[in-house]
Design a protein around this ligand. Structure first.
Ligand code: ZN
Length: 328
């Protein structure tokens, strides 16, 4: 029942609506991956069906709550894109599931994930379904891209936006799915989705990139020109796509920022907690002013990527300029 902690306002809002019997027919829950859209929809479904609800929410252990949690409740149907889109057949499936289950007029809930991926015909089918007075139906459409949803669909829904999760919440969620404590803060800066964080943490390439990033940066901090060689030998082969290149430059910016913070005030929360123990040693001959200037340098070089300068050129010239910046 994590969602009560991460979305206290919205869970309370829905609890009040249910208590006053004022739940609307359709909600569009908008928020980034990891914000808890699905968890919120499932929480509301449980509260609607729970046999022993309390003021704080569903009990989470009665047979209704358990079946909903296991995605086995006949009156709570979930739909997600198959392939690239949600197709009209899936909306038809939804209708048929509801037609065969439950008593006429009984409460039903459906949850559509990535609702922006509904095909136009699926969206039209859904609209018709929402208009048919088939008992007490509550729809949750979930999306991280509300601007890609058809206006006709939005106009039938109440739009609720979920706040992005805080860094502390993310770190807690990531470690709960098995991400190492000393990588959780870094990963929370790269993604808000626990599954993605887990995939990155388990990816051999990502771990290699982390190691090579720190070896490369350590060489720069020693003014060792091996750093220049490491660009082509170690870093470039690990960042083939533009997205990976951007991520690398972002990580370099975060690392330069960590070092600047450390040079100014060593007692802080750092992103690269796995390397913090080496910071004192690596920064021994480096001034706080140089560490600050280095951050600006990284940001300036990062911009070059959007002018189609190759990643190798960007990193090589960054290497030379960082060396002279840290050792002026
Ligand atoms: Zn219950």
């Amino acid at each position: 029942m994590e969602i009560v902690k991460t979305q206290p306002v919205l869970t309370q809002h829905f609890a009040n609506l249910i208590q006053q019997n004022r739940l609307a027919h359709a909600y569009l829950l908008a928020g980034e991956a990891g914000a808890g859209k699905k968890e919120l929809a499932v929480w509301v479904a449980k509260l609607l069906f729970c046999e022993q609800p309390s003021a704080t929410g569903p009990c989470d252990h009665c047979s209704e709550c358990v079946r909903i949690g296991a995605h086995e409740h006949p009156d709570v149907v979930e739909i997600a894109p198959t392939g690239l889109s949600i197709k009209i057949d899936q909306i038809r499936y939804l209708k048929s599931e509801f037609a065969k289950s439950g008593v006429e007029g009984a409460q039903k809930v459906f949850i559509i994930e990535d609702a922006e991926k509904m095909s136009t015909s699926a969206a039209n089918g859904l609209l018709k379904f929402l208009e048919e007075p088939s008992g007490q139906v509550t729809a949750f459409l979930l999306t991280s891209e509300p601007n890609q949803i058809l206006p006709t669909v939005i106009s039938r829904c109440q739009l609720l936006e979920l706040q992005a999760p805080s860094l502390t919440d993310l770190v807690e969620k990531f470690t709960a799915v098995g991400v190492a404590q000393n990588q959780a803060v870094l990963l929370a800066n790269l993604t808000k989705d626990p599954q993605q964080a887990q995939e990155l943490a388990e990816s051999e390439d990502f771990q290699k990139l982390l190691t090579h990033l720190w070896q490369w940066y350590s060489a720069i901090l020693k003014n060792d020109l091996m750093a220049f060689v490491k660009v082509q030998a170690d870093l470039v082969p690990l960042v083939g796509s533009r997205d990976q290149q951007d991520k690398l430059l972002f990580m370099i910016a975060l690392l330069a920022r960590d070092l600047m913070l450390y040079a100014n005030e060593p007692q802080q929360q750092f992103v690269f907690t796995m390397f913090t123990q080496d910071f004192a040693d690596k920064l021994r001959n480096i001034s706080a002013a140089a560490a600050t200037e280095a951050c600006e340098l990284v940001l300036k070089k990062w911009r070059l990527l959007s002018f189609n300068v190759s990643i190798q050129n960007v990193l090589e010239s960054l290497t030379l300029e960082l060396c002279s910046c840290y050792h002026q």
